[in-house]
Design a protein around this ligand. Structure first.
Ligand code: TYM
Length: 325
Protein backbone atom coordinates (compact mmCIF):
# COMPACT_ATOMS: atom_id res chain seq x y z
CA UNK A 1 0.00 0.00 0.00
CA UNK A 2 1.35 3.42 -0.97
CA UNK A 3 1.21 6.24 1.56
CA UNK A 4 1.81 9.50 -0.24
CA UNK A 5 2.64 12.53 1.89
CA UNK A 6 3.40 16.19 1.29
CA UNK A 7 2.87 19.68 2.71
CA UNK A 8 3.10 23.39 1.92
CA UNK A 9 4.49 25.78 4.53
CA UNK A 10 1.77 28.25 5.64
CA UNK A 11 3.73 31.43 5.06
CA UNK A 12 0.95 33.35 3.33
CA UNK A 13 0.59 32.38 -0.29
CA UNK A 14 -0.10 29.18 -2.13
CA UNK A 15 1.20 29.76 -5.61
CA UNK A 16 1.29 28.11 -9.01
CA UNK A 17 4.72 26.56 -8.19
CA UNK A 18 3.33 24.88 -5.05
CA UNK A 19 0.35 23.61 -7.00
CA UNK A 20 2.37 21.96 -9.77
CA UNK A 21 5.28 20.88 -7.54
CA UNK A 22 3.24 19.28 -4.74
CA UNK A 23 -0.56 19.38 -4.98
CA UNK A 24 -1.19 18.28 -8.55
CA UNK A 25 1.24 15.33 -8.32
CA UNK A 26 -0.48 14.12 -5.16
CA UNK A 27 -3.93 14.38 -6.73
CA UNK A 28 -2.76 12.68 -9.95
CA UNK A 29 -1.06 9.89 -8.00
CA UNK A 30 -4.23 9.30 -6.06
CA UNK A 31 -6.28 9.14 -9.27
CA UNK A 32 -3.82 6.55 -10.63
CA UNK A 33 -3.63 4.56 -7.38
CA UNK A 34 -7.04 5.01 -5.72
CA UNK A 35 -6.14 2.47 -3.04
CA UNK A 36 -3.24 4.63 -1.81
CA UNK A 37 -3.41 6.72 1.35
CA UNK A 38 -2.84 10.44 1.03
CA UNK A 39 -1.41 12.52 3.86
CA UNK A 40 -1.57 16.22 3.13
CA UNK A 41 -0.52 18.36 6.03
CA UNK A 42 0.21 21.94 7.06
CA UNK A 43 3.84 22.27 8.18
CA UNK A 44 3.04 25.07 10.63
CA UNK A 45 6.11 24.37 12.77
CA UNK A 46 8.19 25.03 9.64
CA UNK A 47 6.46 28.36 9.07
CA UNK A 48 7.29 29.33 12.66
CA UNK A 49 10.98 29.25 11.67
CA UNK A 50 10.52 32.86 10.55
CA UNK A 51 6.84 33.80 11.01
CA UNK A 52 6.32 35.02 14.57
CA UNK A 53 3.01 36.83 14.18
CA UNK A 54 0.32 34.67 15.87
CA UNK A 55 -2.67 36.14 14.00
CA UNK A 56 -1.02 35.81 10.62
CA UNK A 57 0.12 32.29 11.37
CA UNK A 58 -3.39 31.25 12.43
CA UNK A 59 -4.91 32.82 9.31
CA UNK A 60 -2.31 31.18 7.07
CA UNK A 61 -3.01 27.77 8.59
CA UNK A 62 -6.75 28.11 7.98
CA UNK A 63 -6.15 29.42 4.46
CA UNK A 64 -3.74 26.58 3.76
CA UNK A 65 -6.32 24.00 4.83
CA UNK A 66 -9.02 25.66 2.75
CA UNK A 67 -6.75 25.82 -0.27
CA UNK A 68 -5.99 22.08 -0.01
CA UNK A 69 -9.73 21.37 0.04
CA UNK A 70 -10.46 23.82 -2.79
CA UNK A 71 -7.72 22.26 -4.92
CA UNK A 72 -9.35 18.85 -4.75
CA UNK A 73 -8.20 17.20 -1.51
CA UNK A 74 -11.17 15.03 -0.59
CA UNK A 75 -11.53 15.12 3.23
CA UNK A 76 -13.14 11.66 3.20
CA UNK A 77 -10.19 10.13 1.40
CA UNK A 78 -7.25 12.39 2.35
CA UNK A 79 -5.80 12.73 5.80
CA UNK A 80 -5.52 16.53 6.05
CA UNK A 81 -3.95 17.79 9.25
CA UNK A 82 -1.74 20.37 10.90
CA UNK A 83 1.63 19.35 12.26
CA UNK A 84 1.42 21.65 15.31
CA UNK A 85 -1.48 19.59 16.74
CA UNK A 86 0.84 16.63 17.14
CA UNK A 87 3.29 17.06 20.03
CA UNK A 88 5.02 13.78 19.11
CA UNK A 89 6.90 15.62 16.34
CA UNK A 90 8.92 17.44 18.98
CA UNK A 91 9.55 14.19 20.88
CA UNK A 92 11.05 12.52 17.86
CA UNK A 93 12.99 15.65 16.96
CA UNK A 94 15.13 15.30 20.09
CA UNK A 95 16.03 11.72 19.20
CA UNK A 96 16.96 12.41 15.60
CA UNK A 97 18.85 15.60 16.43
CA UNK A 98 21.16 13.48 18.56
CA UNK A 99 21.75 11.10 15.65
CA UNK A 100 22.54 13.84 13.11
CA UNK A 101 26.03 15.24 12.69
CA UNK A 102 26.53 19.00 12.50
CA UNK A 103 28.43 18.65 9.20
CA UNK A 104 25.36 17.10 7.58
CA UNK A 105 23.14 20.03 8.52
CA UNK A 106 25.81 22.57 7.52
CA UNK A 107 25.70 21.17 3.99
CA UNK A 108 21.93 21.68 3.65
CA UNK A 109 21.08 24.43 1.17
CA UNK A 110 18.33 25.81 3.42
CA UNK A 111 21.04 26.56 5.99
CA UNK A 112 23.58 27.83 3.45
CA UNK A 113 20.97 30.17 1.94
CA UNK A 114 20.06 31.46 5.39
CA UNK A 115 23.71 32.06 6.29
CA UNK A 116 24.15 34.00 3.04
CA UNK A 117 21.08 36.12 3.79
CA UNK A 118 21.20 36.71 7.56
CA UNK A 119 23.72 37.50 10.26
CA UNK A 120 24.32 35.03 13.13
CA UNK A 121 22.07 37.11 15.42
CA UNK A 122 19.09 36.69 13.03
CA UNK A 123 19.73 33.05 12.27
CA UNK A 124 17.80 30.70 14.55
CA UNK A 125 18.71 27.21 15.66
CA UNK A 126 15.30 26.28 14.22
CA UNK A 127 16.57 27.14 10.74
CA UNK A 128 19.61 24.95 11.26
CA UNK A 129 17.50 21.97 12.39
CA UNK A 130 14.75 22.49 9.79
CA UNK A 131 15.66 19.38 7.72
CA UNK A 132 15.38 17.17 10.83
CA UNK A 133 11.85 18.42 11.49
CA UNK A 134 10.98 17.79 7.87
CA UNK A 135 12.43 14.26 7.93
CA UNK A 136 10.23 13.54 10.94
CA UNK A 137 7.12 14.81 9.14
CA UNK A 138 7.76 12.09 6.61
CA UNK A 139 9.09 9.09 8.51
CA UNK A 140 6.77 9.47 11.51
CA UNK A 141 3.89 8.34 9.28
CA UNK A 142 5.69 5.64 7.25
CA UNK A 143 5.25 7.66 4.06
CA UNK A 144 6.30 5.65 1.02
CA UNK A 145 6.24 8.48 -1.56
CA UNK A 146 6.89 12.20 -1.16
CA UNK A 147 5.95 14.46 -4.10
CA UNK A 148 7.95 17.71 -3.98
CA UNK A 149 9.57 20.30 -6.24
CA UNK A 150 13.32 20.32 -6.92
CA UNK A 151 14.12 22.66 -4.01
CA UNK A 152 13.03 20.00 -1.51
CA UNK A 153 14.95 17.04 -2.97
CA UNK A 154 17.88 17.39 -0.58
CA UNK A 155 15.52 17.34 2.40
CA UNK A 156 13.75 14.17 1.31
CA UNK A 157 17.13 12.57 0.66
CA UNK A 158 18.08 13.44 4.22
CA UNK A 159 14.83 11.82 5.45
CA UNK A 160 15.88 8.66 3.60
CA UNK A 161 19.39 8.78 5.11
CA UNK A 162 18.25 9.28 8.69
CA UNK A 163 15.60 6.53 8.39
CA UNK A 164 18.24 4.13 7.08
CA UNK A 165 20.71 5.14 9.78
CA UNK A 166 18.18 4.60 12.57
CA UNK A 167 17.09 1.24 11.14
CA UNK A 168 20.71 0.10 10.96
CA UNK A 169 21.49 1.20 14.53
CA UNK A 170 18.30 0.08 16.30
CA UNK A 171 16.47 -2.32 13.97
CA UNK A 172 13.74 -1.87 11.32
CA UNK A 173 11.56 1.03 12.48
CA UNK A 174 11.07 3.54 9.68
CA UNK A 175 9.94 3.16 6.08
CA UNK A 176 12.54 4.66 3.74
CA UNK A 177 10.52 7.10 1.59
CA UNK A 178 10.79 7.45 -2.18
CA UNK A 179 11.17 10.85 -3.77
CA UNK A 180 8.52 11.72 -6.34
CA UNK A 181 9.69 14.63 -8.50
CA UNK A 182 8.22 15.29 -11.91
CA UNK A 183 10.95 16.58 -14.19
CA UNK A 184 8.66 18.84 -16.23
CA UNK A 185 7.34 20.71 -13.17
CA UNK A 186 10.23 20.39 -10.74
CA UNK A 187 10.99 24.13 -10.97
CA UNK A 188 8.14 26.37 -12.07
CA UNK A 189 9.35 29.81 -13.05
CA UNK A 190 7.95 32.99 -11.55
CA UNK A 191 7.07 36.30 -13.19
CA UNK A 192 10.75 37.30 -13.40
CA UNK A 193 11.95 34.02 -14.94
CA UNK A 194 13.61 32.80 -11.72
CA UNK A 195 12.15 29.96 -9.65
CA UNK A 196 8.67 30.95 -8.45
CA UNK A 197 9.19 31.71 -4.77
CA UNK A 198 7.68 33.93 -2.09
CA UNK A 199 11.16 35.15 -1.22
CA UNK A 200 11.71 36.45 -4.78
CA UNK A 201 8.35 38.23 -4.79
CA UNK A 202 7.56 36.71 -8.19
CA UNK A 203 4.62 34.44 -7.41
CA UNK A 204 1.22 34.06 -9.03
CA UNK A 205 -0.83 33.28 -5.96
CA UNK A 206 -4.23 31.63 -5.63
CA UNK A 207 -5.01 34.41 -3.16
CA UNK A 208 -4.43 37.12 -5.80
CA UNK A 209 -7.51 38.86 -7.18
CA UNK A 210 -7.92 39.37 -10.94
CA UNK A 211 -6.51 42.89 -10.83
CA UNK A 212 -3.36 41.80 -9.05
CA UNK A 213 -2.91 38.91 -11.46
CA UNK A 214 -3.28 41.25 -14.43
CA UNK A 215 -0.66 43.64 -13.04
CA UNK A 216 1.74 40.77 -12.38
CA UNK A 217 1.28 39.30 -15.85
CA UNK A 218 1.82 42.70 -17.49
CA UNK A 219 5.12 43.07 -15.65
CA UNK A 220 6.60 39.79 -16.91
CA UNK A 221 9.81 40.76 -18.72
CA UNK A 222 10.06 39.75 -22.38
CA UNK A 223 12.72 40.22 -25.09
CA UNK A 224 12.88 43.20 -27.48
CA UNK A 225 11.62 41.19 -30.51
CA UNK A 226 9.00 43.07 -32.56
CA UNK A 227 5.34 42.14 -33.05
CA UNK A 228 5.80 40.15 -36.30
CA UNK A 229 9.14 38.56 -35.54
CA UNK A 230 9.32 34.79 -34.93
CA UNK A 231 9.93 34.02 -31.26
CA UNK A 232 11.30 30.99 -29.44
CA UNK A 233 8.59 29.97 -26.91
CA UNK A 234 11.15 28.12 -24.82
CA UNK A 235 12.98 31.39 -24.15
CA UNK A 236 9.81 33.26 -23.16
CA UNK A 237 8.75 33.56 -19.49
CA UNK A 238 5.14 34.16 -20.52
CA UNK A 239 5.05 30.86 -22.40
CA UNK A 240 6.88 29.10 -19.52
CA UNK A 241 3.87 29.74 -17.29
CA UNK A 242 1.13 29.49 -19.93
CA UNK A 243 2.14 25.98 -21.02
CA UNK A 244 1.29 24.66 -17.55
CA UNK A 245 -2.37 25.58 -17.71
CA UNK A 246 -3.40 24.84 -21.30
CA UNK A 247 -4.29 21.66 -23.13
CA UNK A 248 -1.87 19.84 -25.46
CA UNK A 249 -3.77 21.10 -28.53
CA UNK A 250 -3.72 24.68 -27.26
CA UNK A 251 -0.01 24.29 -26.54
CA UNK A 252 0.73 23.05 -30.08
CA UNK A 253 -1.18 25.99 -31.58
CA UNK A 254 0.50 28.49 -29.27
CA UNK A 255 3.99 27.21 -30.11
CA UNK A 256 3.20 27.48 -33.84
CA UNK A 257 2.12 31.10 -33.39
CA UNK A 258 5.30 31.98 -31.50
CA UNK A 259 7.54 30.34 -34.11
CA UNK A 260 5.68 31.85 -37.07
CA UNK A 261 5.77 35.40 -35.66
CA UNK A 262 1.98 35.58 -35.37
CA UNK A 263 1.95 36.57 -31.74
CA UNK A 264 3.07 39.79 -30.04
CA UNK A 265 4.19 39.60 -26.42
CA UNK A 266 1.17 41.74 -25.55
CA UNK A 267 -1.18 39.11 -27.00
CA UNK A 268 0.78 36.32 -25.35
CA UNK A 269 0.26 38.07 -22.00
CA UNK A 270 -3.47 38.64 -22.64
CA UNK A 271 -3.78 34.93 -23.39
CA UNK A 272 -1.88 33.95 -20.22
CA UNK A 273 -4.09 36.23 -18.11
CA UNK A 274 -7.28 34.78 -19.62
CA UNK A 275 -6.09 31.21 -19.00
CA UNK A 276 -4.88 32.02 -15.47
CA UNK A 277 -8.26 33.41 -14.48
CA UNK A 278 -10.02 30.36 -15.96
CA UNK A 279 -7.61 28.06 -14.11
CA UNK A 280 -7.73 29.79 -10.73
CA UNK A 281 -11.28 31.05 -10.38
CA UNK A 282 -13.00 27.66 -9.73
CA UNK A 283 -10.43 27.00 -6.97
CA UNK A 284 -10.84 30.52 -5.58
CA UNK A 285 -14.64 30.18 -5.50
CA UNK A 286 -14.44 26.89 -3.61
CA UNK A 287 -11.91 28.45 -1.22
CA UNK A 288 -14.21 31.41 -0.52
CA UNK A 289 -17.19 29.13 0.19
CA UNK A 290 -15.40 27.15 2.92
CA UNK A 291 -16.36 27.86 6.49
CA UNK A 292 -13.66 28.43 9.17
CA UNK A 293 -15.53 26.34 11.76
CA UNK A 294 -15.80 23.40 9.39
CA UNK A 295 -12.04 23.57 8.81
CA UNK A 296 -11.30 23.84 12.55
CA UNK A 297 -13.45 20.75 13.21
CA UNK A 298 -11.61 18.84 10.50
CA UNK A 299 -8.28 19.88 12.01
CA UNK A 300 -9.30 18.60 15.45
CA UNK A 301 -10.73 15.30 14.17
CA UNK A 302 -7.72 14.54 12.00
CA UNK A 303 -5.28 15.56 14.74
CA UNK A 304 -6.72 12.75 16.85
CA UNK A 305 -6.06 10.22 14.09
CA UNK A 306 -2.56 11.56 13.38
CA UNK A 307 -1.71 11.55 17.09
CA UNK A 308 -2.53 7.85 17.37
CA UNK A 309 -0.11 7.01 14.54
CA UNK A 310 2.60 9.33 15.83
CA UNK A 311 2.36 8.12 19.41
CA UNK A 312 2.75 4.51 18.30
CA UNK A 313 5.84 5.39 16.28
CA UNK A 314 7.50 7.41 19.04
CA UNK A 315 6.83 4.67 21.61
CA UNK A 316 8.41 2.12 19.31
CA UNK A 317 11.45 4.40 18.91
CA UNK A 318 11.72 5.01 22.66
CA UNK A 319 11.60 1.28 23.34
CA UNK A 320 14.31 0.61 20.79
CA UNK A 321 16.71 3.32 21.95
CA UNK A 322 16.48 2.22 25.59
CA UNK A 323 14.07 4.62 27.26
CA UNK A 324 12.04 2.82 29.88
CA UNK A 325 8.33 2.86 29.13
P1 TYM B 1 7.33 25.01 0.46
O1 TYM B 1 6.22 25.44 1.30
O2 TYM B 1 8.42 25.99 0.16
O3 TYM B 1 6.78 24.47 -0.92
C1 TYM B 1 5.76 23.50 -0.96
C2 TYM B 1 5.95 22.57 -2.14
O4 TYM B 1 5.93 23.34 -3.36
C3 TYM B 1 7.10 23.05 -4.11
N1 TYM B 1 7.51 24.27 -4.82
C4 TYM B 1 7.77 24.29 -6.13
N2 TYM B 1 7.72 23.32 -7.07
C5 TYM B 1 8.04 23.68 -8.33
N3 TYM B 1 8.39 24.96 -8.69
C6 TYM B 1 8.43 25.94 -7.77
N4 TYM B 1 8.75 27.18 -8.12
C7 TYM B 1 8.12 25.64 -6.41
N5 TYM B 1 8.07 26.35 -5.27
C8 TYM B 1 7.70 25.49 -4.30
C9 TYM B 1 8.15 22.67 -3.07
O5 TYM B 1 9.22 21.94 -3.65
C10 TYM B 1 7.31 21.86 -2.12
O6 TYM B 1 7.15 20.54 -2.59
N6 TYM B 1 9.90 22.30 3.75
C11 TYM B 1 8.81 22.26 2.80
C12 TYM B 1 7.48 21.88 3.43
C13 TYM B 1 7.51 20.57 4.13
C14 TYM B 1 7.36 19.28 3.54
C15 TYM B 1 7.47 18.36 4.61
C16 TYM B 1 7.15 18.86 2.22
C17 TYM B 1 7.69 20.41 5.48
N7 TYM B 1 7.67 19.07 5.75
C18 TYM B 1 7.40 16.97 4.40
C19 TYM B 1 7.06 17.46 2.01
C20 TYM B 1 7.18 16.54 3.06
C21 TYM B 1 8.68 23.64 2.19
O7 TYM B 1 9.11 24.63 2.75
O8 TYM B 1 7.97 23.66 1.03
Amino acid sequence: MKRILTGIKPTGDIHVGNYFGAIKPIIDLWAKHPDSEIYLFIPSMHAFTTLHDPDRLRTNILNGMKMYLAMGADPDRFMIYDQSYIAWHAQLTRVLQCLTHMGFMERMHVYKDAVAKWTATDLSVGTFCYPILMAIDIIMYDATHVPVGKDQIQHVEFARDIAQKFNKMFGETFVVPELFVRKEVQTIIGTDGRKMSKSYNNVLSFLDDENTLLKKVKKIPTSMLGIDEPKNPDECNVYGITKLIITEEEDAMLRDKYLAGWLSFKRAKDYLYEKLVAFMSPIQSKFAALDDDYVRKLLTENAEKANIIAEKKVKDVYQKIGFTL
